[in-house]
Design a protein around this ligand. Structure first.
Ligand code: ZN
Length: 285
């Protein structure tokens, strides 16, 4: 598998994809093929031949001179997710692909989850001899305070299953650091609070030698929300806050020399946000 990479000054960012999926209306009600067809620049990268949304599930490795930071850990293998059939008990080659990209799991020193949804925490753990163990045993796992406070109170069956399989084993191993939503990870990398989708949701900023990038997380699931920031996700914890956060983000990064890398953007996965006819679009160059 080939991996996308971007160079931001001295920092290299690499996309390692777990899989792609099509169809978005289960997440964003307005994202029908008919509505997406009204945003012509989504073709050819972000919609398929039928005009349906295409999404990528991937992790992003941020490599600085002395750090290897893995942002979001996809769905994972062997997870019990019967309500999402395609994600249930997967057996994909993600760890081999990560190693192939130059990052065997032992070499990762930091795991950073933008939020604790099921498709962002999966490879936090792997099943070994029937037990869930941290995949990245040499790493610290960073989670925003507000994010853990929110999820750790939940008692529903789905959340409990996700936490028990993909988050609590990392706590039990003593590898979690709770951090502020504007935490600086190292000179070149820091968090930026982008709440709404979840209470402690963060985006990730990278800056080196005058070059800049930002990793969205699920504050924007799909580039259609760059044209239509009012299209939130049904699962957003605070829908209106999500719209405000997205609008602020577009105003902040619109027409700026900042590479915007989408956590679920398919195709080239990144571009620059430019003003376009009263709203914005993603210019993939
Ligand atoms: Zn997601």
């Amino acid at each position: 598998m080939s991996h996308l990479t971007w160079q931001i000054g001295d920092v290299r960012i690499t996309r390692v994809q777990e899989f792609e999926m099509e169809g978005l209306e289960w997440v964003i009600e307005q994202a029908s093929a008919a509505n997406l067809g009204k945003i012509p620049w989504l073709a050819p990268h972000f919609v398929n031949g039928e005009g349906e949304a295409v999404l990528s599930i991937h992790a992003l490795v941020i490599e600085t001179r002395d750090r290897r930071i893995l942002v979001d850990t996809c769905v994972g293998n062997d997870k019990n997710l019967p309500v999402i059939a395609d994600w249930h008990q997967r057996t994909g080659p993600f760890l081999a692909d990560l190693a192939d990209a130059g990052y065997p799991r032992e070499s990762v020193d930091t795991v950073l989850c933008t939020h604790l949804h099921v498709d962002h925490v999966g490879w936090n753990t792997m099943r070994v001899d029937g037990k869930w163990q941290p995949t990245f045993a040499e790493a610290r796992y960073l989670v925003a305070h507000d994010e853990w406070a929110h999820w750790s109170e939940k008692t529903d069956e789905f959340t409990t299953q996700v936490l028990d399989e993909s988050v609590r084993p990392v706590w039990d191993a003593g590898l979690v650091d709770l951090v502020d939503a504007n935490h600086r990870v190292c000179d070149e990398v820091w968090l930026e609070p982008t709440p709404g989708h979840t209470p402690g949701h963060v985006s990730v900023r990278v800056s080196s030698r005058g070059e800049d990038a930002v990793i969205t997380g699920d504050m924007i699931h799909h580039p259609c929300q760059i044209a239509e920031p009012g299209w939130g996700a049904q699962v957003d914890h605070d829908f209106d806050q999500g719209v405000r956060t997205r609008s602020d983000f577009l105003a902040r990064y619109g027409d700026q020399p900042v590479l915007v890398i989408g956590t679920h953007f398919a195709g080239p996965s990144a571009g620059r946000i430019v003003r376009d006819a009263g709203t914005y679009r993603l210019d993939v160059g």
